[in-house]
Design a protein around this ligand. Structure first.
Ligand code: BES
Ligand code: ZN
Length: 853
């Protein structure tokens, strides 16, 4: 068992190599002559063991690259007790954005600068130093870095000393304090031409932002969020921040969004460095969420850690839940839990497939752990945690969390430990409820009916799935149809016909169906009050009509969102037509909420892919007629008294009018807005997409130039992403070619290709590019990004390409994301079925409707 690591690392940024040495204090539990730990792509130059001040030689070091292990065979057997393993090693600063790797950026003078940085989760600490690279093997880390004198160095703990290297001229030796005991995947060190803000004192914790030189003006917002959120969590968890300082580090090349290394959290630049004056609310929200997410991990994940990687989902799900909790406290007017509706929908969408998976499953290999990094872990996981919290009550739930963290601080846990702690605090069957959501894939459709004389509410559940779902094999772990499969913590509300009062009730639906006697006759019943449940609802027709009629007057935004979203899901499941969805959307012409509009617009966007020519013109007319009034109610430019969400809504409507409605005035204005440096950020960002959707070569060239000259990461991303939306096949070819050159960072290219695959008219070109360049794509891009890139294949439903996609993956694998790929493919089948079912029917309806009106 490792107890303490003394690590010395000396990166050579110019040569892209590093030297290192370690002294790992071990607690030898049983006599052994072989010490086996993890190591990969390291050259081990020498090793010995120290026992009671005596040196024991190492006879042989065997590296097993396949198993990612090093075995040290000792000259003599070690007795139980303390021993220290010393090793000297070398490695390469790779460009795969994992382990100890190289990141670069061009500074203000146009000079390329190099950073050496780390990303260890899940299993890549072993690429930087020999270690027992499993989360349960917590230890103390004492880190020393030897770096060029002009470089900045940061690690998990506070810097103790920085002195000139006695051995190497021009180099400094930087020593950091001992960390608390923690898992190897949380170790981090970053070296380069970086700077740090002055520390902000947050109740004794110095908080800084660390950034590539020259970007200091983009750090203020992250400091503000970080300071707020540190206090928020210390208070919520009832435990002080566990580290001795906290740095938020912006890294130009980063495979993930961010990483919760204790005290040294690393981020993609676009998720940390921001200028609030030129940023949209949604871009600011991203920064806020990500900072909150990673800081939530400082306790949940870093202080208390999963025993093994099957628990990675709870780590991420809970941080995602807490991220929203903190964002909601930081900016209540952003309605974070309403916005969560969109992410929850995306999770429900994947979880409706027969190729879904249980949230928790056994993990053996690193690829299994990597495969957990998906929407089900983050968004379904957070969704079921939120459902539980709202059912139990926020304070009761929080008491359970506090008890769990206090009991397990500095230790490791299993999922059930959390349920048991909450069960203890609330006296509710938490474990039974949660097991039904965690260990089986899928979720229920709750059907709602009034029976008897109209005062008995009948709720029933069955698994929800999509039509035309050709997925082979049985849904994972799901009971035969008709059986009660979930313990649904359900909240419903009703409005009394007698006095008009709205009341709500909680019930645990843990049988196939329950009948509930209502005290009074009701005007309407709403199931899934405040939309916190992870399920879909289907009402008897009269009940549904009553809800739609009262939607604007009686329902909250997230409840209206639910009506729209559940209806859309029924379009995919074949129970409702696309044209009926359009008619429902038209009943929402008075709608005022951002998220509801985003959901409506997303549905309209899919519908727009199903029709051509005259029917498409008819659709555009209807889209304009629907969106124009809402847009005009807000007015063309921001007004002082409006909320951030209203400002964001203006951008959403403006963009949809331009892209889906082909509104000529919007297009004209978008061109003007792009050249107006004082334009409102929401309109400016929307204009980028509006212009791209109709853009020509001159626009494309201008976008490339603006991307390169961008003054913030957000602006750079807006222009880069929009390159994939142009309607001209030649321009699509250009962006595809660019995606595998140094013009596009490997952290961004997969996202760009994902967007290119969803290009309405030229997704096919992107598909053939990805398959032609399959080897390049796999060797060049970070491993975790391949499955994300492939999300774009869901839209390739045209008969000219869909069959090609299925055939390709018969003999091409994505081992680190096989489950995710299977879901993308099955979701594509759902879209193919949708197109088959709807294309002609919707065309006919649209044209008939056009002549009728
Ligand atoms: N710990 C994760 C990143 C991670 C997960 C790395 C699994 C390796 C394997 C981090 O906390 C995280 O969740 N990052 C997210 C951003 C977050 C705000 C949703 C990411 O990178 O997308
Ligand atoms: Zn996380």
């Amino acid at each position: 068992m490792p107890v303490r690591y003394e690590l010395h690392l000396a990166p050579d940024l110019g040569a892209a190599t590093f030297r290192g040495s370690c002294a790992i204090e071990l607690d030898v539990r049983a006599a052994t002559a072989v010490l086996t730990c993890n190591a990969v792509e390291l050259e081990i130059d020498g090793a010995w063991v120290e026992v009671d001040g005596r040196r024991v030689g190492v006879r042989a070091v065997e590296l097993d690259e396949e198993a990612e292990r090093a075995a040290f065979t000792l000259a003599e057997e070690l007795a139980p007790g303390s021993a220290t393993l010393h090793a000297e090693f070398r490695g390469v600063l790779n460009d795969k954005l994992r382990g100890f790797y190289r990141s670069t950026f061009t500074d203000a003078e146009g000079v390329e600068q190099v950073i050496a940085t780390t990303q260890f989760e899940a299993t890549d600490a072993r690429r930087a130093f020999p270690c027992w690279d499993e989360p349960a093997h917590k230890a103390v880390f004492a880190i020393t870095l030897e770096v060029d004198r002009d470089l900045f160095a940061v690690s998990n703990a506070a810097q103790l000393t920085r002195i000139p290297s006695p051995e190497h001229l021009g180099r400094d030796v930087v020593r950091f304090a001992d960390t608390m005991v923690m898992s190897t995947y949380l170790v981090a060190f970053v070296v380069g031409p970086l700077e740090a803000t002055d520390p902000v004192d947050v109740d004794g914790t110095p908080l800084r932002v660390v950034y590539p030189r020259g970007k200091g003006h983009l750090t203020g917002y992250a400091l503000e969020v970080g300071a707020f959120c540190l206090r928020h969590f210390a208070d919520y968890y009832g435990i002080a921040y566990p580290g001795d300082k906290l740095d938020l580090v912006a890294v130009p090349d980063f495979a993930f969004g961010a990483m919760e290394n204790l005290g040294c959290v690393t981020f993609r630049e676009v998720l940390l460095l921001v200028d609030p004056a030129t940023t949209t609310q949604s871009e600011l929200l991203n920064v806020t969420d990500v900072v909150n997410h990673e800081l939530a991990h400082m306790w949940f994940g870093d202080l208390v850690t999963m025993k093994w990687w099957n628990g990675i989902w709870l780590n991420e799900a809970f941080a995602t839940f807490m991220e929203m909790h903190a964002t909601d406290a930081f900016r209540p007017e952003w309605e974070r839990w309403v916005t969560f509706g969109l992410a929850r929908s995306a999770a429900l969408d994947t979880d409706a497939l027969s190729s879904t998976r249980p949230v928790e499953y056994p993990v053996v290999s690193p690829a299994d752990a990597e495969g957990m990094f998906d929407i089900l872990t983050y968004e379904k996981g957070a969704g079921v945690v939120r459902m539980l919290e709202q059912y139990l009550g926020e304070e009761e739930f929080r008491d359970g969390i506090r008890a769990y963290l206090a009991a397990n601080a500095h230790g490791t846990t299993e999922t059930t430990d959390l349920w048991d702690a909450i069960e203890e605090a609330t006296d509710q069957p938490v474990r039974r409820i949660m097991d039904s959501w965690i260990f089986q894939g899928g979720f229920p459709l709750v059907t709602v009916d009034l029976v008897g004389d109209g005062t008995t509410l009948r709720l029933a559940q069955r698994r929800f799935g999509y039509a035309g779902d050709l997925g082979e094999g049985e849904p994972v772990g799901v009971e035969p149809e008709g059986e009660a499969s979930w313990a649904v913590p359900l909240i419903f509300s009703q409005r009394s016909t007698t006095d008009g009062v709205v009341t709500f009730e909680k019930v645990l639906l843990d049988r196939p169906s329950v009948d509930i006697d209502l005290v009074e006759p009701v005007e309407w019943v709403l199931v899934n009050t405040e939309g916190t449940g992870f399920y879909r609802v289907r009402y008897a027709p009269d009940l549904f009509a009553a809800l739609v009629a009262h939607a604007q007057s009686d329902l909250s935004p997230i409840e209206r969102y639910g009506l729209v979203d559940d209806t859309w899901a029924q379009v995919l499941s074949g129970e409702t037509t696309a044209h009926d969805f359009l008619a429902l959307a038209e009943a929402f012409v008075e709608e005022t909420d951002l998220s509801v509009w985003q959901r409506l617009v997303a549905g309209l966007g899919v519908i727009d892919r199903l029709v051509e020519d005259e029917a498409r013109d008819a659709l555009r007319e209807r889209v304009r007629a629907l969106l124009r009034p809402a847009h005009d109610r807000l007015g063309p430019v921001p007004v002082a008294e409006e909320s951030d969400r209203e400002r964001a809504l203006r951008g959403v409507l403006f963009e949809a009018l331009g892209v889906l409605g082909r509104d000529e005035l919007v297009l004209e204005r978008a061109h003007a807005l792009l050249d107006d440096p004082t334009a409102d950020p929401a309109l400016a960002a929307a204009s980028v997409n509006v212009v791209a959707a109709r853009g020509d070569e001159a626009d494309f060239d201008r976008f490339v130039a603006r991307m390169k000259a961008a003054s913030t990461p957000q602006e750079e991303q807006r222009y880069l992403g929009a390159l994939a939306d142009f309607p001209d096949p030649e321009l699509m070819r250009r962006v595809l070619a660019m995606s595998i050159t140094d013009e596009v960072r490997t952290q961004n290219a997969p996202l760009l290709l994902r967007r290119a695959l969803t290009n309405r008219d030229h997704g096919e070109l992107a598909w053939f590019f990805v398959t032609d360049e399959w080897d390049t794509v796999n060797s060049r891009f970070p491993s975790n990004s391949i499955a994300r890139l492939l999300e774009g294949i869901r839209s390739l439903s045209k008969p000219s390409v869909a069959p090609e996609v299925f055939v390709f993956f018969e003999d091409h694998e994505v081992p680190q994301g096989d489950k995710i790929l299977a879901q993308h493919l099955e979701r594509l089948e759902v879209n193919v079925a949708l197109r088959d079912r709807e294309s002609q029917a919707l065309t006919d309806e649209l044209i008939r409707h056009r002549y009728d009106h």
